[in-house]
Design a protein around this ligand. Structure first.
Ligand code: PMP
Length: 394
């Protein structure tokens, strides 16, 4: 039966990563694929105590319908803990920041509208923009993140005004690159001058290994930056609690679309997140996450150095969960993945992250989910497969 689907379904596709999750959940596979936090660092005890508190002190409220904007006390806590001035009424609690991406796409994008992205960029964002029939303009980046002069050029030469610029300024997914502090105000100045908003997706800003995370883009503009934050990486993805802090003029539209989608994010996970803050020494918890991921990233850097073929290059993340590796050969990483899975190791091939058609000999490696010795074993297995594939092509 040929169903009479909407034209927008023609651009829907399955996420390469979510498909891979099915494979990587097999216990014997070393997964350097998904963006999964370290399971042993989930604050299980604090969540358990928080859950008691939620039922004891919030009672039926935890189970009742609530406002679309979110639980008041959580909105206040979120507003008070940003690196920029925010008021509780500017905070919209969302069901994951993935929903924030969907809400902004729904209110901004008509078919054929332009979105400025990096290549590579976050797959789940591209999937959402694709589902809204967006077209892309590409801004160039280097090891210091997005290049302001490239953004200026893209906006000055755009065939029509882009609807927004999508950026992940801290420890980008998939590249692991952070936009250098001085570039940030320039990027916002350029966006404001061209009157194009920036969607600042920041799930990894709290995961800087050492030192300060540079100020968010939102700190430089109340009017042209939609900020998206998430508790997925600092508490647990399964809570599905995140938030958007949009400019005032966009807030009501995002709320209205959220009403259409899910009425509200559940009070229960919101209150759990709120009470977990009270149970946990949050700074100590974050310090553990940062130290563990920093250590694992070092292990990955050392393993790549020790095992990967000469000529391969990779990024040097200062936080987050990912490294982007570029091979110096024509090895197609999508094809390599099948062999890797046979050898019980998984990664994400580069191509799906790249709207410029690149990434075919690149890969994203995750270092947050497994301990250093397993990282070394996984990288070494991968390196052997790459060397065998290179040998087969010469
Ligand atoms: N943005 C980026 C850049 C991400 O990496 C992710 C998760 N992988 C998300 C958004 C979605 O996160 P959440 O769990 O908050 O929906």
């Amino acid at each position: 039966m040929a169903y009479a689907l909407a034209s927008r379904t023609s651009r829907l596709k399955s996420s390469a990563i979510r498909e891979l999750l099915k494979i990587t959940q097999q216990p014997e596979v070393i997964s350097l694929a998904g963006g999964l936090p370290a399971p042993e660092l989930f604050p299980i005890e604090a969540l358990q105590k928080a859950s008691d508190t939620v039922f004891r002190t919030h009672g039926p409220t935890a189970l009742q319908y609530g406002p679309t904007e979110g639980v008041g006390a959580l909105r206040a806590r979120i507003a008070a803990t940003q690196q920029f001035r925010a008021l509780p009424e500017q905070v919209l609690v969302t069901t994951g920041s993935q929903q924030g991406l969907f809400l902004i796409s729904q209110i901004m994008l008509d078919p054929g509208d332009l979105v400025v992205v990096e290549s590579p960029s976050y797959l789940g964002a591209l999937q959402t923009f694709d589902a809204h029939q967006a077209e892309y303009l590409i801004v160039q980046s280097d090891s210091q993140g997005v290049i302001p002069e490239s953004l200026e050029e893209v906006l000055a030469n755009a065939p029509k005004k882009p609807k927004f610029i999508y950026l992940i300024p801290n420890h980008q997914n998939p590249s692991g690159v952070t936009i250098e502090a001085l570039r940030r105000s320039k990027i916002v100045e350029i966006a404001e001058r061209h009157d194009v908003i920036i969607v600042e997706d920041d799930p990894y800003g709290a995961l800087t290994f050492s030192g300060q995370t540079p100020p968010p883009l939102r700190a430089f503009s109340d009017t042209h930056v939609v900020y998206l934050g998430s508790f997925s990486k600092v508490f647990a993805p399964s809570l599905r609690v995140a938030y958007a802090i949009p400019p005032a003029g966009l807030f009501k539209y995002m709320v209205q679309v959220k009403q259409c989608m899910d009425l509200q994010t559940g009070n229960l996970p919101q209150l759990l997140a709120l009470e977990t803050f009270a149970e946990l020494d949050f700074d100590t918890h974050l310090a553990r996450l940062r130290a563990t991921y920093g250590h694992r990233c070092e292990a990955m850097m050392a393993s790549l150095e020790a095992h990967f073929p000469k000529g391969s290059t990779w990024t040097h993340p200062q936080g987050g969960m990912f490294v982007w590796v570029q091979l110096d050969s024509d090895v197609n990483t999508q094809e390599l993945l099948d062999r890797a899975v046979e050898h019980k190791v998984a990664f994400v091939p580069g191509a799906p992250f790249c709207v410029d058609g690149g990434g075919k000999n690149a890969m994203r490696l995750n270092f947050s989910n497994v301990p250093p010795a397993t990282i070394e074993e996984g990288v070494s297995r991968l390196a052997n497969l790459i060397k065998a594939a290179v040998a087969a092509t010469v």
